[in-house]
Design a binder for this molecule. Structure first.
Ligand code: BG6
Length: 504
């Protein structure tokens, strides 16, 4: 299944190959993800002429909506979630005409014929690609796949997409993977981590491997440490009931942050194709220093926001947002190490949280200080170089350097930066992660999706943290909304003589 690729990969997955006619079925078709992300993404792909005739979108949900009712619901969602200057009435009409709704309680065995009949009545016939996007609770992944199999909808031309969370711990993730794997082969299973679809995240691979100047420096000899921050200013809002069972470790660290860490730390794959990238990411996950209870106490910090001031407005506490006292963490900071030849001894500091001062995802690679202070009598300080890779917003890169301030009389050292802003360099709109990922599913390209062994390795690594945090006496530390988390998150670095790089 995951054997090494031989020779250059089929080039087609990386070019804009035409998308074939497809029945794109979304379980949870009236849900938040479908209306806020998936349908706007499909609209934008349609707007750019990527959806062929015969591309149908079938929303499945328990709602009694008929096709017309569903189209109305989606029209409203598009008006709300697609920027006004991207909305074109003719394209909206074209997209709505592709839409159908099937009312189905997936646990009602007798009702599945409805979906079967709807999919079989398409003009494209049996040969059509069938995508089943499961934007529902992970407990339903296995049962839905079984039913698809029973009604004859799981074929060689079918693919299944699993939204995170894939389980809530290692055992439940293995169970989901086993259940889905009984029906679909691994190459037909697309586990989404939408961070992998972000332009700037894909560009990280290009920056590292399509250029030569970074690679010789990208190791413990020259890198002092790496910081990965994914901060959000929003609270949990409407998602409290899901979030309160999940928390930031499961919701963000197990997937998005570890995936970013993998892309920073992995070895160059032979080619950027479906298995080699995933093979290299897996090796990073397997090289992470295993957490023991002592390391969890020493190297991890859990926080939960209290009331505060966020982006200039009063923000309620987490407990007030979810409506009860809770020990769920809304913030995580931790440090780990990739125990291999390249990275031994280099700390990787990760942090993520809700209700932090701003929405910002950034990777900062902090290089070592020059080995010898050559300008002892200069003014200013010779700061270590830092490469800031901005994932969002304002995607780009900034290399912090030291320069001589122009002028006579002595040497004055000043920090300066080389800036690359994608918006300034390339102009235009940066597509949403889902646009890229949904088209990759239809094309059958799994490169940017998580493989079963990756997901399980990530769960295995976070398991001791989950276990320790669930133990007696453990409670997340409170931090006021609108701040960078509990003080202990700063101490995590200060004890190593370092500090978090806040936005500049
Ligand atoms: C999701 C999490 O996977 O990612 C959310 O479930 C989080 O809690 C979101 O808000 C962040 O995604 P983005 O693309 O807005 O950074």
């Amino acid at each position: 299944m995951n054997g090494p690729s031989v020779g250059p990969p089929d080039p087609s997955p990386h070019h804009a190959t035409p998308v074939e006619p497809c029945d794109f079925t979304v379980f949870g078709g009236t849900g938040d993800l479908a209306l806020r992300k998936l349908l706007p993404a499909l609209y934008l792909r349609d707007r750019d002429g990527q959806l062929p005739d015969g591309f149908r979108i079938i929303g499945v949900s328990r709602s009694e909506a008929d096709d017309a009712g569903y189209r109305e619901m989606v029209a409203q969602a598009l008006a709300e979630h697609v920027p006004a200057d991207e909305l074109a009435a003719a394209v909206v009409e074209r997209l709505l005409a592709r839409l159908h709704h099937v009312t189905l309680d997936v646990e009602d065995v007798g009702a599945w014929h409805r979906l079967h009949d709807r999919l079989k009545d398409g003009a494209a016939g049996e040969d059509v690609i069938r995508v089943f996007y499961l934007a529902v609770a992970p407990a339903l992944f296995g049962p839905i796949c079984e039913h698809l199999d029973q009604v004859g909808l799981a074929s060689e031309r079918s693919r299944v997409v699993l939204e995170k969370p894939i389980g809530s711990d290692l055992a439940s993730a293995e169970e989901v993977n086993r259940a889905v794997g009984r029906v679909f082969e691994e190459s037909h299973i697309f586990r989404i981590d939408h961070y992998l679809g972000k332009e700037s995240v894909q560009n990280l691979l290009v920056t590292r491997f399509a250029n030569t100047f970074l690679e010789p420096l990208w190791n413990s000899r020259w890198v002092d440490h790496v910081q990965i921050t994914v901060s959000e200013s929003l609270g949990v809002g409407e998602r409290g009931s899901y979030y309160d069972r999940s928390g930031a470790l499961r919701d963000m660290v197990q997937n998005h942050l570890l995936q970013l860490l993998c892309l920073v730390a992995m070895e160059p794959p032979t080619y950027i194709d479906r298995e080699t990238v995933r093979d290299e990411k897996l090796k990073v996950l397997q090289a992470l220093r295993p957490m023991t209870p002592e390391l969890v106490d020493r190297d991890t910090v859990a926080g939960q926001y209290a009331a505060g001031l966020c982006e200039g407005a009063a923000a309620p506490s987490y407990a007030d947002e979810v409506g009860h006292a809770s020990d769920t963490e809304t913030f995580v900071a931790l440090t780990t190490e990739v125990q291999n030849w390249r990275w031994a001894g280099v700390p990787f500091y990760l942090r993520t949280g809700k209700r932090m001062p701003e929405r910002l995802s950034e990777i900062v690679v902090v290089f070592k200080e020059p080995p010898h202070a050559m300008f002892p009598h200069s003014e200013g300080t010779n700061e270590a170089n830092r490469l800031h890779i901005r994932v969002q917003p304002d995607e780009g890169m900034r290399l912090h350097m030291t320069a001589k301030e122009p002028g006579p009389g002595g040497i004055r050292l000043r920090p300066v930066s080389l800036d690359l802003s994608y918006a300034a360099a390339f102009g235009g709109r940066s597509p949403d992660a889902y646009e890229r990922l949904l088209m990759d599913v239809v094309r059958g390209n799994t490169t940017l999706f998580m493989r079963r062994d990756e997901v399980e390795a990530a769960w295995a690594w976070v398991a001791p943290i989950l276990e320790r945090w669930a133990g007696p006496g453990h409670r997340p530390r409170r931090y006021p909304a609108g701040t960078y988390g509990p003080v202990a998150a700063a101490t995590l670095l200060e004890r190593d003589g370092r500090s978090w790089q806040e936005t500049e």
